[in-house]
Design a binder for this molecule. Sequence first.
Ligand code: NAD
Length: 355
Amino acid sequence: MKALIAVLAGDGIGTEVTTEAVRALEVIGTRFGHQFQFESALIGGAAIDAAGVPLPPQTLALAARADAVLLGAVGGPRWSDPNAPVRPEQGLLQLRKALGLFANLRPVVPHPATLAASPIKPEILRGVDIMVVRELTGGIYFGDKSRTATEAVDVCRYTLHEIERVVRLAAGLARARRRKLTSVDKANVLETSRLWRNTVDSIMPSEFPDVSFEHMLVDSAAMHLISRPRDFDVIVTENMFGDILTDEASMLAGSMGLLPSASLGADGRGGLFEPIHGSAPDIAGKGIANPYAALLSGALLLRYSLKLEAEALALEAAVARAIDAGVLPADLTASPASSRPATTRAVADAVVAAI
Ligand code: NAD
């Protein structure tokens, strides 16, 4: 297969971990006989410095013609003035919108060798394998906003179409897994949640009779994610609830440095793949960032945009072997003073060697 992969490394540790993900994808390409072409472009703070905007036209053009986009992270203290007219995060929002990416997938699968890194008890974590699907383009984050001296308003709006497409995508994922979908809402209070719930009720029995489904209120879901995470298979929820629940779910894995994400559009092509963490300015440039999330984002890119399942599994297996072998960066070693955390490069070396 020939594929063009846009590499938008971004800022801070984004550049460090993305370099390693590209290296691993190159090895996968060679091993499986594919021609992956990588083209880099600026986004975020680096793009503001070079071009005055966080998403220059050439970056958007590259992302639009690429088969998939691999992203690092954007942002940092240099560009964080809240009064600044342009901010790095705007580049990411503009990119997701321009590419029509409406579903954000975050698989949470704690690895047996890193259970100690999680604040949750190991017996609760064993066997956890959750896919959280967050709606990415609607809801209160994108509704009308207004503000006076004494009042502020954020409108939460969802259309039937926006709900249907993300529920169908999540149910399709559940069908290929353990065939259980949990739809999270706040239907006891919110009208948008009642439309969400009605839509799930009308889609699931007719289109996915082989997938069992349940509704769960978001407050209850927040509790059950911690008390009995093993019971979840695929969770689908609206934008703000997903934003909050995915960060909570990341704690099951122990570190943000372990969690990849995929943002997908209508046909799965041209998706955006990135670790869930940010640019980590506190450790940027030190060569100690955990690249596992970026490497696993590369695996999601292979699976969802390039439809290369065997290659995705090979990369995931290589990551698992490196973790099994005890190759752990600083964020995963319980006691850095007494152990020797692996550098970003050493972790990636171990993964590449295991492919
Ligand atoms: P962050 O995720 O960058 O860092 C939070 C903490 O986790 C830090 O202590 C950091 O050192 C650690 N950490 C994160 N990733 C790590 C990794 N791979 N290996 C080891 N340790 C890791 O979040 P933050 O500090 O709140 O934000 C920093 C900047 O990143 C901000 O400008 C923020 O806006 C931006 N940000 C960007 C994205 C994105 O690009 N998608 C997401 C979140 C935050």
